[in-house]
Design a protein around this ligand. Sequence first.
Ligand code: ADP
Ligand code: MG
Length: 621
Amino acid sequence: MNRLLLVLVVAVLIGLPLLPVTPEFWITHLNYIGLASLVVLGLVLLTGIGGLTSFGQAAFVGVGAYTTAWLTQAMGWSPWGALPVGLFITFLIALLIGAVTLRLSGHFLPLGTIAWSLSLYYLFGNLEFLGQHDGISGIVPLSFFGISLAGGRQIYYLIWACVLLSLLLTRNLLYSRPGRAIRALRSGGGMAESFGINMAWYKTVIFIYAALLACLSGWLYAHMQRAVSPSPFGLNYSIEYLFMAVVGGSGSVWGAVVGSSLILTLKDQIQNVLPKLIDTQQNFELIVFGILMVLVLQYARNGVWPLLQHAWVSAGGRAGPRRGDPPPPLADALPQRQRPELNSQVLHVQDIRKEFGGLVAVNDVSFALKAGEIMGLIGPNGAGKSTTFNLITGVLPATSGQVTFLGKRLDGMLARDIAKLGVGRTFQHVQLLPDMTVLENVALGAHLRRNAGVLSAALQVDRREEAQLLHEAAVQLERVGLGEYLYEHAGNLALGQQRILEIARALALDPVLLLLDEPAAGLRYREKQELAKVLSQLRDEGMSILLVEHDMDFVMNLTDHLVVMDFGTKIAEGTPQEIQQNPAVLEAYLGGVDDDAPADDASASHAPAAPGSTVSAGGAA
Ligand code: ADP
Ligand code: MG
């Protein structure tokens, strides 16, 4: 059904200029929509999906247009030779600007983009060899294997071929290994780094990608218009491109075409109608756009495309895989990491310390963990357990102390490099990508086990690797009991299931050491039993597991070894039996009120008491 619609759209696009009745004006209009769609597609990726706002895309259009204008007009180059030069210059500029501005966070990034876009704009207007404010005219038209593309109806085909091809490549990219990393940029920065994904790299990649699309649009524009001057590359136009992305729907590649069509058509109508209504030659369209923007942000925050998609699905169409679809096809297993020998030491934490200002969250804590062992880290809320996890996994730098993993020092390493060594984790506060499917979320965990890059993903030569990653994700989901939910959006799962999903994601990394922060919170009794079964099976396979958990039945039955923390300090260590009789532990639990415990966990006993044990105070104190 989706294919049919696509074929229909393409057929109409091909057919329109062939009909002599199609007015010339329509063709010109469609050409402009196509040119804008290219730029907006870059913004969809950069802003809508990556969360990086750029007010500078028009300047990159200018780089593409001016490069080809100058090379063809002054140097006598062929436009086809000028295109790669323009793309290369754009690449260099984007790389440079990206290196400087992408590190800025919050509103500093948009401000930074305004600054460099203005600089480029004034550069175009001031350089003598670019014709200053008059620009360059008399640019040669394009020709394609001897066919002249001088007319609007001819260049139309080239523009729309570029648009459709870019849409296709971008869509391919988004549903791939690098694409998942890009889609994680906006909401899952810290989490993604814990799975070995270099977020700064992917930010630079999409920044350059968007700049290249803008440059391509500029190249086409210069040869369609046959003249360039600085004005269409100024800040106003950059803002207009952003409008288009927001109005169209900045989360989907088709939003680019929808947004460009709507805004350009509207602009055209306003320019036609307004002068008749209120005798004026002024540009009122910006005011109308402003009002429109407020309305869109108020009533259709995700733009128009999701509304169209919703209507399409309501009418029985499909939009991506659904619950009940078959799992991804079988594929070769991914390579597996060498496992340490059973009972050999895997993790050694030595006098690790973390101070937050005056607060000592972790106070010189030491412990060790062997292969094939489950160790519990328990203690009242605020004891420093999650902070200890963050120190081991490199999410936080330690104030002092050492962490050794399989003979390598982890302290001082980046989270993503620690992940590479085989440390997988879950988060106390679930960190998922709610709009991505359960399957894709877990495949993100397997990111490091394959290396398909942006280019091979866009050209889809990564399909074998991609199949392996998806298959692995499905296997892990099946293992933890979420096999029915592969195509559900992760945000639709119950909180307990989201925690289980995080375990599957950590397993997809092929870890040697698994750190689970309150995995059983929010689970029902049966689900806890299932989880305990999975974890003890993993232990039997030689996995080392470090577990923070408040449910004492769960902890006492599952762990081999416990470390108890209170106010950042280790107060006891031993087997579950020993811990249950340790007076210091009982004091900590009886003395401290565990008021921060998750509400859904309230029924669980919070004291280190095994079923039938004489100790039964604690959380209820
Ligand atoms: P637990 O996981 O055992 O409940 P945490 O490790 O989350 O405890 O917290 C230990 C202590 O450190 C708490 O007092 C907490 O408020 C403090 N803390 C944790 N993270 C930070 C932070 N990023 N900045 C300042 N204080 C923090
Ligand atoms: Mg915690």
